[in-house]
Design a protein around this ligand. Sequence first.
Ligand code: NAG
Ligand code: NAG
Ligand code: NAG
Ligand code: NAG
Ligand code: NAG
Ligand code: NAG
Ligand code: NAG
Ligand code: NAG
Ligand code: NAG
Ligand code: NAG
Length: 523
Amino acid sequence: MRLQSLLSLVTLPGAAVAGDAFQSRCSSFQDQINIHNVTVRSVEYVAAGQNVSQAEVAPVCKSSLQASIDFCRVTMNISTSDRSHLWAEAWLPRNYTGRFVSTGNGGLAGCVQETDLNFAATYGFATVGTNGGHDGDTAEPFFNNPEVLADFAYRSVHAGAVVGKELTRLFYPEGFNYSYYLGCSTGGRQGYQQVQRFPDDYDGVVAGSAAMNFVNLINWGAFLYEATGNVDDPGYITSDLWAVIHDEIVRQCDPVDGAIDGIIEDPDFCAPVLETLICDSTTKNASSCLTGLQAARATRALSDFYGPDGKLYYPRLNYGAEADSAGVYFTGSMYSRTEEWYRYVVYNDSTWNSSQWTLDSAKKAFDQNPFNIEAFDPNITTFRDRGSKLLSYHGTQDPIISSTDSKLYYRRVANALNARPSELDDFYRLFQISGMGHCGDGDGASYIGQGAGTYTSKAPRINLLHTIVEWVEQGKAPEYMPGNKLDASGNIEYMRKHCRYPKHNIHRGAGNYTDPNSWTCVG
Ligand SMILES: *[C@@H]1O[C@H](CO)[C@@H](O)[C@H](O)[C@H]1NC(C)=O
Ligand SMILES: *[C@@H]1O[C@H](CO)[C@@H](O)[C@H](O)[C@H]1NC(C)=O
Ligand SMILES: *[C@@H]1O[C@H](CO)[C@@H](O)[C@H](O)[C@H]1NC(C)=O
Ligand SMILES: *[C@@H]1O[C@H](CO)[C@@H](O)[C@H](O)[C@H]1NC(C)=O
Ligand SMILES: *[C@@H]1O[C@H](CO)[C@@H](O)[C@H](O)[C@H]1NC(C)=O
Ligand SMILES: *[C@@H]1O[C@H](CO)[C@@H](O)[C@H](O)[C@H]1NC(C)=O
Ligand SMILES: *[C@@H]1O[C@H](CO)[C@@H](O)[C@H](O)[C@H]1NC(C)=O
Ligand SMILES: *[C@@H]1O[C@H](CO)[C@@H](O)[C@H](O)[C@H]1NC(C)=O
Ligand SMILES: *[C@@H]1O[C@H](CO)[C@@H](O)[C@H](O)[C@H]1NC(C)=O
Ligand SMILES: *[C@@H]1O[C@H](CO)[C@@H](O)[C@H](O)[C@H]1NC(C)=O
């Protein structure tokens, strides 16, 4: 099977002809499915190039997507309690390579990420995904229903994997030899959650830009609102001014890595001073400078967040991400997912609103940590001891989740396992993707191939499914993570070799920054 067949992207010959064995196996599959807690909604053959039907999909989740490959699609309900169930899909490709993969969600979950299913199935994986237990990116379904919250916290991905594996064995007589997980953001948290809680589920886990330390990530949204205030506050900073602050932070921090390329390789090696932006007495254009109060507020917003108990709740925002965070956290109102979490989960009061927030609310939320949703447990010995691999990455320009939080977890694991990085390397590697935003985008070489959004067919081997398969099945661990920067027309501008933590990239002076070999991982 092997990597060649895994990675040879296939162009399919239109719809299959009548009498096609795969297609008829798909047509008769529904009758064979008799799995506990599973109610099949539909089984249909989908040919490459066809639009994926949205008839069975909840209105809030409908999307438009063209299949890249021929596959058999199973949609179903999976019951998880007498008050909760999942909506799930399995995509079983014609060109199957003997591997299973489970996919995750985003935000407050609530939709099967069909683009991820399409991506993985294209590489021959039997792929499953669920909606995380509710439809739509909102916390309201958790109100008065802890079972729905349990699905979101930890249960949905596991239940989806149990069912997905059973379907895979049922559909393909040869079964599967390896099982994987792929997810980013909430999907990243779900990946770590499975590693911690269901360590036997996967041989390889790809977890990116993880929303772990979840409750404090939620709390941090309130801290950032408190730090930056309402639009009519005297020290409020508009998004235009955040763009000015961003330019100044890049001016101060970009050269630290040895190359002035607009990219801050590792924001933890800089301590920008924003008072340099305070308007001087001759300033004519106040839209390009700050008041003293604004400089203080911006500095606070870019500081670590401590709870009322003196504990570090959440590490500061990535320097370099501030301009992109303006539309998320500095809008003059509390981040909606944060407000909803307090309303529907912490206070269980549909009339609660952000004006009632105090620092003690953060502690209340932290202490509550329902179903251990935070996914921050560093004891992952069972996962290590069974030989599974955890491949993790985080963009250093992530405006929604601090990449420092992924480093924090890495260090907690090192502490808990009493293992230095060279030993953790055997099974757990964390890569910092400089200039990558939240799961993609950003100003840097962020095309690392973890999904349709960061994959370019112009560099087909830069594909994290390929990377994790090589590591798990051939023992070839990734030394660095290659990423491409694309220009506006989708051509590759340059490639960079992103370092694995705790190393970070330094430009050695010889050669252009566009030359990947002019960089060295140090530390
Ligand atoms: C399946 O993959 C092989 C190469 O791995 C390719 O030759 C073949 O055309 C593909 N078939 C279909 C139906 O996709
Ligand atoms: C699946 O669940 C939905 C609610 O989300 C329900 O409307 C539908 O009837 C269920 N379908 C089956 C086949 O149980
Ligand atoms: C498939 O979807 C696209 C847009 O999403 C639409 O333009 C096209 O008409 C659809 N094709 C079919 C056969 O429905
Ligand atoms: C089936 O659902 C029930 C709750 O409705 C749950 O207790 C049980 O563990 C589930 N069984 C399987 C095999 O998932
Ligand atoms: C699983 O591995 C065995 C032994 O290498 C091999 O014979 C078999 O074909 C593999 N099965 C699949 C589904 O790849
Ligand atoms: C003021 O500064 C801002 C931000 O640098 C710039 O966009 C704008 O054009 C300037 N206005 C004038 C009148 O110079
Ligand atoms: C939430 O409040 C409702 C009343 O509004 C109550 O019935 C319910 O038991 C509460 N749930 C929890 C988990 O406290
Ligand atoms: C928030 O709640 C307070 C009362 O606790 C109320 O006075 C205020 O109008 C509410 N704000 C919004 C935006 O609903
Ligand atoms: C870590 O987990 C393993 C396996 O569950 C357990 O045996 C061990 O006691 C745990 N270690 C700590 C420090 O809790
Ligand atoms: C490095 O490459 C960039 C992009 O091709 C180019 O604009 C720049 O002039 C080069 N710098 C040097 C010092 O060669």
